[in-house]
Ligand binder design. Structure first.
Ligand code: HEC
Length: 157
């Protein structure tokens, strides 16, 4: 009986830890990514780049104001390219400080090696993905700084 109980306990621990490994990071899917950044690891609790804190003025096509939140994997990347699993979430605001869109860059190992492995998404504020994937428009602009890993608001030295 004791052996069975120990066996069951070991099984449960494995099942739980195994499940948490799978739940860790989403794949290249806008729905699971939205769930991850709003439920599992709410991006509002992440950091800003040291040289790009809080609300900042921005340019077209993203709108006049924005905040860029970065997860620890991005923040702790001391040089370009950043580590796989890095995520940047950009809140885009209108002139009247209304949240109009959320644009995301998520670096997924093997997703798109030719263009920095970034998975690009533009969400409306309610989480609907307008575009997602290897988006030529996003890559076209951000690719001008491929040596900075397609990142425009933070300069790697
Ligand atoms: C016309 C050029 C252009 C296009 C197209 C574009 N971006 Fe950007 N993006 C910028 C600029 C410039 C910034 C710097 C911040 C700002 O001015 O808003 C930026 C910043 C960002 C950031 C903050 C992280 C960083 O430093 O790069 C994210 C995330 C982002 N864009 C996602 C996207 C996504 C997703 C798309 C496609 C749906 C996209 N961008 C299309 C020019 C562009």
């Amino acid at each position: 009986m004791k052996k069975i109980i120990i066996g069951m306990a070991v099984f449960i621990v494995f099942a739980i830890s195994g499940a948490s490994v799978y739940a860790e990071m989403p794949g290249p899917d806008s729905g699971s990514l939205w769930n991850y950044i709003t439920q599992e690891s709410p991006y509002q609790n992440w950091s800003f780049w040291p040289d790009h804190q809080g609300m900042q003025p921005g340019q077209a096509p993203h709108g006049p104001f924005h905040k860029v939140f970065v997860n620890d994997l991005a923040l702790n990347s001391s040089k370009a390219p950043v580590q796989h699993g890095s995520i940047e979430v950009k809140e885009n605001y209108s002139k009247a400080s209304e949240l109009v869109a959320i644009t995301v860059m998520y670096k997924i190992s093997g997703f798109n090696p030719d263009d920095g492995d970034w998975f690009w998404v533009k969400y409306s504020p309610d989480g609907k993905a307008d575009v997602a994937g290897k988006i030529a428009g996003c890559i076209g602009c951000h690719g001008t700084r491929a040596s900075n890993d397609f990142i425009l608001v933070h300069e790697f030295k």
